[in-house]
Write a protein that binds this ligand. Sequence first.
Ligand SMILES: CC(C)(COP(=O)(O)OP(=O)(O)OC[C@H]1O[C@@H](n2cnc3c(N)ncnc32)[C@H](O)[C@@H]1OP(=O)(O)O)[C@@H](O)C(=O)NCCC(=O)NCCS
Length: 175
Amino acid sequence: MIEVLAPAEAVQAAPELAEVFVSAFGAPGYDEDRADAERFATEQLPVHAERDDFKLVAARSDGRIVGFAYGFTGQRGQWWPDRVAAAVPAELAEEWVGGHFEVVELAVAVEAQRQGLGTALMEALMTDLPHRKALLSTYVDDRPAPRLYQRMGWRVLVPDLGWGSALYGLDRAMP
Ligand SMILES: CC(C)(COP(=O)(O)OP(=O)(O)OC[C@H]1O[C@@H](n2cnc3c(N)ncnc32)[C@H](O)[C@@H]1OP(=O)(O)O)[C@@H](O)C(=O)NCCC(=O)NCCS
């Protein structure tokens, strides 16, 4: 039910992924709109698909993509790692930022939520990665995504980076 899409396949599937994006992030309390989904599909995803170790996993139901997660190796010099490194204590940046696996998106269409797909997608995404450290940012408040990450062993590195996002890290060498 969960498959890994090669970078070119992921870009090809962008319109379908955008529909999942709209459903997940367009829900009340998330409030991203179709223009955000379009930007994701036409600007963000094609750029990220070129990054080192890009990996996208998709969940299908009746042949249709209903959820996805993706990431790649984040490096200093890229926008997000540099922004994070500037916002956190130097030792934390030194230890975590650069060469980490960066989880960029996780989304499950509203009608497919609360059946374990989000958890299964994150498990599939993180399986067989060579990285010791992984990073992501998520909501500061209590909602499904932060709960899911914490259940899966991610820990809060910085509760609020200053722009309403918390920084989470996973040290994969830890038991
Ligand atoms: C975060 C998100 C991807 C989770 O997807 P999901 O498929 O619902 O994830 P899961 O089903 O694995 O777990 C979600 C909840 O359903 C519960 N659940 C899982 N299977 C269940 C089942 N069979 N019956 C009842 N509840 C179940 C889980 O315990 C979890 O509960 P909690 O929220 O109270 O902690 C989804 O909510 C989403 O797309 N949110 C909007 C976008 C977003 O926040 N993305 C992350 C950005 S950082």
